[in-house]
Ligand binder design. Structure first.
Ligand SMILES: [Zn+2]
Length: 86
């Protein structure tokens, strides 16, 4: 019984995180090369374009150091892993 509840709980967490990742919107400035969260100071009171995060990444935008610190770290780890392979 307990194991079944654990499974359901894990599945719910998994589903909610994937949904969040796929629907996340970010904001880019016209001249900038970074994507931002709506509350970031870098995009406040500026002419910004809203797009999906995966779209921004595809367009070549990188994570803002100020508001997407978690993504900066993830990207850095990926780069480190790539360098190890080579
Ligand atoms: Zn930002």
């Amino acid at each position: 019984m307990f194991r079944k509840l654990m499974m359901i709980g894990m599945l719910a967490v998994f589903l909610s995180t994937t949904t969040y990742a796929f629907s996340e919107d970010v904001f880019v400035t016209q001249r900038g090369s970074k994507y931002h969260k709506a509350e970031c100071l870098s995009v406040k009171d500026r002419d910004v374009t809203k797009m999906e995060k995966k779209e921004a990444i595809k367009e070549g935008y990188g994570p803002c150091k100020r508001c997407f610190e978690e993504d900066v770290v993830v990207n850095q780890e990926k780069k480190d892993q790539e360098q190890v392979k080579k």
